[in-house]
Design a protein around this ligand. Structure first.
Ligand code: HEM
Length: 392
């Protein structure tokens, strides 16, 4: 079973440990950073040669950036390269995630909903989506099995190579990774790591374009902190405090996973209510982050300054917002995901000025959202970039 839906157990612990050490650990960090810089260089070149005064679909662009990053680090391949057999990337992730994101009637009405889902064809579409995902992951693993991992240098090994190595022997704690677990780990990355990051990028760009004051302040920070540079790799976001607040404020108003993942509990009490084992408990992270008693009367305003002088990590020692969940089951990418978002946004805002298309006013930008498991922007985000000219 995969990590996210696995009950709290020794199996879950071992799988999570492997994901963190082999996908998010220092060994992979250098490669992730290199891939992200290379991809952003490509995007900056592409946007620089974009016809003037014409809009760019940023929703599609962010999906490309994140797919490329995940694919390179996890499978060592360019996502644009179609697998030799099996479904293409877009068929696999498109169908499956659309079904999952939209949720089913059975999620809300277990008994009657099951029959409605059966007759409406929802169950069949979900099964087809999973079959495609399964075939896609099998193709990737078969491809990797063609090479002897012992002949590949440690530097050139991707996530799947490392997992294949690990599966050939027991771990220090006596755990042996089998083929099904290996596939589940790859699935966690594909289903948990892509759309969450893409959705966050889209919301950051939407909010800063709806709030010109924030955009101006952010642009000043990024350009002043950086000075004049030629290469994307020279951009260092570590000291950009306002940028970090902008990303936090975006995650407060638009947590990509608003209901988190339901986990089976042991018998417990919440506010005097008895909760029995295996009860599905949905925590409304979206509502918590918009509670005026925690955030004040301007709770719906996009106001990154609210994080000035706020100490402690959300989900670790504060629970007024939970974009990455909280406690032991919190998202293992809660440190790396915001850093990647910050880097992409900093690159776009450093090199370009952005405008809404067709003379649209900032507050007219559509921010309606949809979906259940992952809350996404309903209408694609399209903006017009103009290359920033430095004064000599
Ligand atoms: C901005 C990006 C992301 C957001 C907002 C996000 C959010 C979340 C949330 C809310 C949860 C559920 C926590 C809970 O139920 O308490 C979660 C779990 C998880 N996420 Fe993320 N995530 C992001 C990126 C990623 C990435 C990049 C990966 C992997 C490559 C990932 C892998 C996982 C896994 C494996 C779990 C299950 C953890 C467990 O049950 O132990 N996430 N994430």
């Amino acid at each position: 079973m995969d990590i996210a839906f696995s009950p709290h157990s020794g199996h879950w612990k071992e799988m999570r440990k492997l994901l963190v050490s082999e996908f998010m650990g220092p060994k992979r960090a250098k490669l992730s950073n290199h891939v992200l810089v290379t991809e952003m260089e490509r995007i900056i070149r592409l946007l620089s040669s974009h016809p003037p005064a014409t809009e760019v679909n940023l929703s599609n662009m962010f999906l490309e950036i994140v797919k490329q990053m995940v694919c390179k680090v996890a499978f060592g391949s360019d996502y644009r390269r179609q697998p030799v057999k099996g479904p293409s990337w877009d068929v696999m992730l498109g169908e499956l995630t659309m079904e999952l994101l939209n949720g089913s009637v059975g999620d809300s009405f277990p008994f009657l909903g099951y029959f409605i889902d059966q007759f409406s064809g929802w169950n069949r579409r979900l099964n087809d989506g999973f079959k495609n995902l399964d075939t896609y992951i099998d193709t990737i693993i078969d491809d990797h099995l063609k090479h002897n991992t012992k002949e590949i240098s440690e530097e050139d090994k991707d996530f799947v190579h490392s997992l294949l190595d690990i599966s050939s022997k027991e771990t220090d704690s006596g755990y042996r990774l089998n083929h099904v677990d290996l596939k589940a780990l790859v699935m966690d990355i594909l289903t948990g790591g892509i759309h969450t990051t893409v959705v966050t990028l889209i919301w950051v760009m939407s909010e800063i374009n709806r709030n010109p004051r924030v955009m101006q302040k952010l642009q000043n920070e990024i350009r002043n902190c950086t000075g004049k540079i030629e290469k994307v790799g020279e951009l260092d976001t570590t000291k950009m405090t306002y940028l970090k607040m902008v990303v936090k404020e975006t995650l407060r108003l638009h947590p990509p996973a608003p209901l988190m993942v339901p986990h089976a509990l042991s018998h417990t009490q919440i506010e005097g209510y008895a909760v029995f084992p295996s009860t599905t408990v949905l925590i409304n992270a979206w509502g918590i982050a918009r509670d005026p008693s925690n955030w004040g009367e301007n709770v719906s305003e996009f106001y990154p300054e609210r994080f000035e002088n706020v100490e402690g990590d959300f989900g670790r020692d504060r629970f007024e917002m939970l974009p990455f969940g909280g406690g032991r089951r919190s998202c293992p990418a809660m440190n790396i995901a915001p850093a990647n978002v910050e880097f992409v946004i900093a690159s776009l805002v450093y090199w370009f000025n952005w405008e809404l298309p067709n003379g649209m006013k900032s507050q007219e930008l559509n921010i309606e959202n949809g979906g259940t498991l992952v809350l996404r922007k309903n209408v694609p985000l399209c903006l017009v970039p103009t290359k920033h000219k430095w004064e000599d």
